[in-house]
Ligand binder design. Structure first.
Ligand code: B12
Ligand code: SF4
Length: 246
C-alpha cells in the first residue's frame, strides 16, 4: 500500500489503523523534531514497532527518547531482515551491529559499528514500481521534465568537510560500483521510465577520473544512450579530461 502526499497526522492515523507491524522511518537532521513527535503519536495508540534509519540516525538519542524500538546507523541492505525480525521479537537486537535500542531494563544499548557491504554490484537495483516512483523524489532542477530517478554509483567520501556527516554514515572509505552495473541500472530505469530524469546522489561523484572516463565513454555505446548529461559540461570544463563526451 502507498500513502502519498500525507501529513504527519495522516501518517500517524495510518499507523494507528493497526494494519502495520513495523513503521520504518527515514530520518535526517531537518526532520528530527517532526519524527520525534510522530514516534510519540504512533506509540500512544499503536502496537507497531518503530524503526528509524537514514542519515539522522547518527544522532539516535532523541528517537530512542521518543519511543523508537531501534535506530539503525548506516547502510541497511545486509541487516534489513535481521532488523525487522529483531524488533518483532523473532531475534535479538543485541546480535545486530550498528543498532541503538533500549534493553528490557530501559538502558540505551549500542551494538557498535556495522560492517559495510563489500560488493555494491551484488545489491539488487532499487524497486521502482509505477505507484512509488512519483513519490521517490521531488524536482530540484528546473530542467527536469520526466520522473525523478536517483542513482548512487558510490558510497562514501574520503574528505571530512565541517558541515557534512558523510564520514559518520559511510566511514571515510569510498566504495564504487562498476560502470557496467550503474549503466545497467540506468538502462533498466529508462526502459521502464523513458522520460526519466536521472540524478546521481553520490556523496562525491567522479572522484576517480578513470571511472568517470569509463562511464562517459561507455554511456555512448550503451543501449540506453541518454542526452543532456550534466557531466559532459562539468567534467570537460573542470578537467578537460573527459574527451569521449560529444
Ligand atoms: C539528494 C539529497 C538531497 C535532495 C533530495 C532530493 C530528492 N528529490 O530526493 C535535497 C536537495 C532536497 C536535499 C535536501 C536536504 N538535505 Co540532502 N542529501 C541528498 C543526498 C546527496 C542523497 C540522498 C540519497 O538519496 N541517498 C541515497 C540513499 C541510498 O542513502 P540513505 O538515504 O542514507 O539510505 C541508506 C541508509 O541511510 C539506510 N536508511 C535510510 N533510510 C532508512 C530507514 C530505515 C528505517 C532504516 C532501517 C535504514 C535506512 O539504508 C539506505 C541504504 O543503505 C545526501 C547525501 C548522500 N549521498 O546520501 C544528502 C543528505 C541526506 N542531505 C543532508 C541535508 C543536511 C539536507 C538538508 C537538511 C539541507 C538543508 N539544510 O536544507 C535538506 C533536508 C530536506 C528535507 N526536507 O528533508 C545531509 C543529512 C545529514 C543528517 N545528519 O541528517 C546529507 C547526508 C548530506 C551530508 N553528507 O551531510 N538533499
Ligand atoms: S561529501 Fe562533499 S561535503 Fe561531504 S565531506 Fe565529501 S566533499 Fe565534503
Amino acid at each position: 500500500m502507498v500513502v502519498g502526499g500525507a501529513t504527519w497526522d495522516g501518517l500517524a492515523d495510518e499507523a494507528r489503523s493497526g494494519a502495520w507491524d513495523v513503521v520504518a522511518i527515514h530520518s535526517n537532521f531537518l526532520s528530527k523534531r517532526g519524527i520525534g513527535r510522530f514516534i510519540q503519536a504512533v506509540r500512544e495508540s499503536s502496537d507497531a514497532k518503530i524503526l528509524v534509519g537514514g542519515p539522522g540516525a547518527t544522532e539516535p538519542e532523541a528517537f530512542l527518547e521518543a519511543g523508537a524500538h531501534a535506530v539503525c546507523v548506516g547502510e541497511v541492505e545486509h541487516r534489513a531482515t535481521a532488523l525487522i525480525d529483531g524488533v518483532c521479537g523473532r531475534g535479538d537486537l543485541a546480535d545486530i551491529p550498528g543498532i541503538h535500542y533500549r534493553d528490557a531494563d530501559g538502558r540505551a544499548r549500542d551494538t557498535g559499528p556495522a560492517p559495510t557491504i563489500g560488493d555494491l554490484d551484488a545489491l539488487p537495483f532499487p524497486h521502482r514500481p509505477e505507484e512509488l516512483v512519483p513519490l521517490y523524489g521531488e524536482p530540484v532542477n528546473p530542467a527536469q521534465t520526466g520522473e525523478y530517478i536517483s542513482v548512487m554509483s558510490a558510497r562514501g567520501c574520503p574528505f571530512q568537510c565541517a558541515f557534512c556527516v558523510s564520514h559518520e554514515i559511510w566511514g571515510k572509505r569510498v566504495r564504487t560500483r562498476s560502470v557496467d552495473n550503474v549503466l545497467d541500472e540506468i538502462a533498466q530505469a529508462l526502459n521502464d521510465w523513458p522520460r526519466a530524469y536521472i540524478a546521481f546522489v553520490d556523496d562525491i561523484w567522479g572522484l576517480s577520473p578513470s571511472w568517470a572516463e569509463e562511464f562517459c565513454t561507455k554511456k555512448w555505446s550503451a543501449e540506453c544512450v541518454f542526452h543532456g548529461c550534466a557531466f559532459c559540461i562539468r567534467s570537460a570544463s573542470a578537467r578537460g579530461a573527459i574527451v569521449s563526451c560529444r
